[in-house]
Design a protein around this ligand. Sequence first.
Ligand code: SAM
Length: 346
Amino acid sequence: MPDGRGAGRDRRGAERSWGPWTVVKLDALSGYLPAFTQASQRAKRTMFIDVLAGSTENTARDTGEAVIGSAERALQVSPPFSRVVLCERDERKVAALKEHLAQHHPDRDVKVLHGDCNEKVPEYLAALAAEEPHPVWRWAVTFALVDQYSADVRWNTLEALANFRIGDRKTELWIYFGDSFFPRGLSTGPAYEARMDDLFGGDPDWHVLHRGWRAGEVPGSEFSKELVNLMRWKLQHDLGYATTIPLKMVRPSGHGLYHMIFATDHDVGERIMRHVLQGAEKELEGMVARQKMRTVLERQDRHAGIEGLSGLNDWAIDTAEPRGPGQLLLLDPPRPPWQPAAASGD
Ligand SMILES: C[S@@+](CC[C@H](N)C(=O)[O-])C[C@H]1O[C@@H](n2cnc3c(N)ncnc32)[C@H](O)[C@@H]1O
């Protein structure tokens, strides 16, 4: 199914370019990871797991400039991660990753897992847990990025990541959650429904919500919000994360694309990520404000029958600021999952 994202490959296998929101997301990752490794200095080991690693470099759609991908960003972090684990299914991307690693990071501890992350990542974690005489990596302070195109990751994989660590912190998770694409995917039939089922681990609340949406009891606009809420609820209540913070990623038009959901059970991680995400929210809202200003000025110029004073227009666009408080970061805790009116007593 089309993923609706700014990255990936087109039908001929060529790499697609990335929308500006992807750059904001990756910059937020680059903002957080050094704080994560710095805050983990007392731990003997730190580990970054890129569950769907992609390519090391891509192209920005708006500027044509190269954009460094998550794997390379994790490798550039200072203080460095003790170990970086990269999982990728696409053979060509794996070959490119290996070549890149040999050329640029020959001395780093990097494991490349080739295959479906839902098999390879749990297998890898189980192998680390079985290491003799001590499973030392289970004490590593660990961050996992789950940057999927659509519903690629199964709940079991998230569970394996969350439960991997011994010690006072769970593996921190940052998950791409394509809530605005899911309704379209679900309309394509049972194969996609099965993927969604796997993403939610066959959760009964997911089935209730899905049925409610199909029956028209959950309006389309609410369905996406309820999906985000359910995923957060499960992360907190089933996997035991103390906090989840979703950041809504938007197009320059302001239309919602997907959420990045951060899950942690560590107050320092939460504080730092909250700060980083507030910066990302500002970036995204600035992008929307600039686009709005561009549209207004172009309309005015058209009405006036002039080409506009390009210098002045550029200045007004570049300095356009969002109005009002941020709308994209949700700091309230998740609510209990949606239930039909009779069941919830409404
Ligand atoms: C959105 S991209 C990741 C982008 C990456 N985080 C970056 O910043 O460059 C998702 C990647 O996951 C890979 N992929 C999709 N399904 C997968 C699966 N089940 N297991 C492993 N990799 C998968 C795709 O080939 C693609 O390269």
